[in-house]
Ligand binder design. Structure first.
Ligand code: IDE
Length: 602
């Protein structure tokens, strides 16, 4: 090895120091720059020494591209990075937040709210490990996960990305970090980034801090709270992630008491880096710097100066990178940003790159391709679905439970908008940014799972909106009605009403008036359930956003497995009660945090 930074036998900090000492200001700034794949030309990556490339939600090489196609694309970008003067490898980032969800054929796990219902840290760690394998199989090194938001108001459009309203449950589910990155060895230095090897990814704890605590759940809004409450409720999960060696932290679009997180030096540097000892890098969110001045993007130099001086190390620009590089170089040359701040940022970025092994193994490992969507991973996802289901009602008379259902029944009516829609059961951040209806990837719908589960002599009648004739029949044993929310992401999910969409209430009511009925609610959060509606249904299961493995639902409603899920969020009676969290003094939920019936324990 002709120099220290290229020698894997040298300590990481020596390699960081050596490489940093060789870099020009432009190369340092290039490493702080993350660009979107659509503007990532070979020349841009090489000539600007770009540090990272990402896929926005839904930004794919082409429709239904397979993991091998993704790996070809990422390796192509990497070849350009290695042609730069110092040959610093780039890291490719993507939102693999419930499996490698942008990639066709990948296993889609339940979204975080469902995982919170499992209370199973080991399960979530195994999901992290499986996700990391499928991400690395696609050649990608870095996932913008986990979201460790503590969602205090279900009106927030990203409620389903939060494991729970309860900080302690979120802290427990941070076990996904050691699944994704690998488990640091005993005595590993606190706060230092860790990535075990080629089957692991760089992870990202997000969005620092208080993203789930904004006023009325407004996305990118303002979290009004004392520092003690911010620390106790929203910051605590980051301590777990940092002690588990999380390599990156993403700053939040939101504000704390009116101060934009991306420009908040106290929280990003004095707390996260100095007090909590975080040694990885802090990445901005998408075009978040542009929001730091009014009107948006008006004074980009001011925005860059505010964010970088506050402690942002890598900027998800992601399109106007020439402008960004030019302005940041200008700001350093004119003393608005110190070289020591730049060196700190670049050290952190290089540290993660050396720790992740990218200098030794910059290209994809094709031997991982047969792990994508494999039976092992789909069985794991199915287990997660089973454990995420929360039984809220079982029988109009608790002495006569309605579930488990009889799989040998003569005739079953399956109804509702969510009975046969893979896209609906996966939710947002699947195939595209905000999700779609229909056959968006490979998987098993609720209806298909029921069809597989029932006896040969059982007839299934499937109608999204059952006809009057069907409802007039006298020969149907019982009905299963699957309704809920359509897919959404971020601001598109902000919702003050929280009613069941697509006339779900009418479908439930018309069916339950005529038949013994199980209702399965597919949603990212609790929805309004009027008392008169609840009374009509014989049983109610909250299934959250279960993902591709719908068989997990049939496993439980037909009794092969018992329910284990417990509510990770309070179920309100009326939206006027919100925000309403456990331990509030006027706590009056329909179903409290932690509620969940079982077959055996009642
Ligand atoms: O996808 C990258 C990040 C993601 O990791 C953050 O959690 C999330 O806050 C986030 N939002 C955007 C911007 N969203 C967007 C929506 C439609 C088209 C393009 C970008 C990007 N990102």
């Amino acid at each position: 090895f002709n120099c220290i930074y290229r020698n894997p036998n040298e300590p990481v900090e020596a390699r960081v120091k050596d490489l940093l000492s060789r870099m020009t200001l432009k190369e340092k700034v290039g490493q702080m720059t993350q660009i979107e794949r659509r503007v990532s030309t070979p020349d841009a990556i090489r000539d600007f020494s770009i540090g990272s490339v990402l896929s926005a939600g839904g930004s794919v090489p082409f429709e239904k591209a397979l993991s091998s196609d993704w790996a070809d694309m990422v390796d192509g970008f990497q070849r350009s990075a290695l042609e730069s003067r110092l040959g610093i490898p780039l890291i490719y980032g993507i939102d693999a937040v419930h499996g490698n969800n942008s990639v066709y054929g990948a296993t889609i796990f339940p979204h975080n709210v469902g995982l919170g219902a499992t209370r199973d840290a080991d399960l979530v760690k195994r999901i992290g490990a499986a996700t990391a394998l499928e991400v690395r199989a696609s050649g990608i090194h870095y996932t913008f996960a986990p979201c460790v938001a503590v969602c205090r108001d279900p009106r927030w459009g990203r409620c389903y990305e939060s494991y729970s309203e309860d900080t302690e449950i979120v802290r427990k589910m941070t076990s996904i970090v050691t699944g994704l990155q690998g488990q640091p060895p005993q005595g590993y230095p606190k706060g230092y980034p860790f990535v075990l090897g080629r089957n692991n990814t760089i992870a990202c704890a997000k969005h620092f801090v208080g993203d789930g605590g904004t006023h009325k759940g407004l996305n990118e809004g303002n979290t009004i709270s004392s520092y003690d409450d911010l620390e106790r409720i929203h910051m605590a999960p980051y301590l777990n992630c940092i002690s588990d060696g999380v390599s990156t932290v993403m700053a939040s679009y939101s504000s704390w008491n009116g101060s934009k997180l991306h420009a908040d030096r106290f929280l990003l540097t004095e707390i996260l880096k100095d007090k909590l000892g975080f040694k990885g890098f802090v990445i901005s969110d998408w075009e978040a710097l542009d929001q730091l001045c009014e009107p948006r993007g008006a004074d980009y130099r001011f925005c860059i100066s505010s964010a970088v001086n506050a402690g942002i190390d890598m900027v998800m620009v992601p399109f106007r990178y020439e402008q960004f590089v030019k302005d940041l170089v200008y700001l350093v040359e004119h003393g608005n940003i110190s070289m020591s701040r730049i060196d700190d940022a670049v050290e952190r970025i290089l540290r993660v790159k050396f720790v992740s092994g990218l200098f030794e193994h910059p290209f994809s490992d094709r031997s991982l391709l047969d792990m994508v969507g494999c039976k092992l991973h789909r069985d794991l996802a199915r287990e997660a679905v089973r454990k995420s289901l929360v039984l809220l009602k079982n029988g109009k008379d608790s002495r006569k439970p309605f579930l488990p259902l009889d799989r040998k029944a003569k005739r079953i009516l399956v109804a509702g908008t969510h009975a046969d829609d893979l896209g609906y059961q996966c939710g947002g951040w699947t195939a595209t940014w905000d999700g779609r209806s229909g056959r968006i990837t490979t998987g098993t719908t609720v209806l298909e799972a029921i069809q597989k589960a029932v006896g040969d002599d059982t007839e299934i009648i499937y109608e999204q909106y059952p006809s009057a004739d069907t409802l007039a029949r006298e020969d149907i044993s019982f009905a299963i009605v699957a309704v809920g929310e359509g897919p959404y992401a971020e601001f598109r999910g902000d919702n003050l009403e929280l009613a069941i969409p697509f006339n779900g209430t009418d479908v439930i009511s018309s069916v339950a008036d005529r038949l013994p009925t199980l209702v399965i609610l597919i949603s990212g959060r609790p929805l309004t359930l009027e008392p008169w509606l609840l009374e009509k249904m014989d049983a109610l299961v909250a299934a959250w956003l279960p993902g591709s493995e719908g068989e997990g639902i049939a496993d439980v409603i037909f009794g092969d497995y018992d329910f284990e899920g417990l509510l990770p969020v309070s179920w309100f009676k009326r939206v006027e009660q919100l925000p309403m969290n456990a331990l509030d003094n006027s706590y009056d939920p329909l179903y409290p945090l932690g509620y969940g019936l079982t077959y055996n324990k009642g």
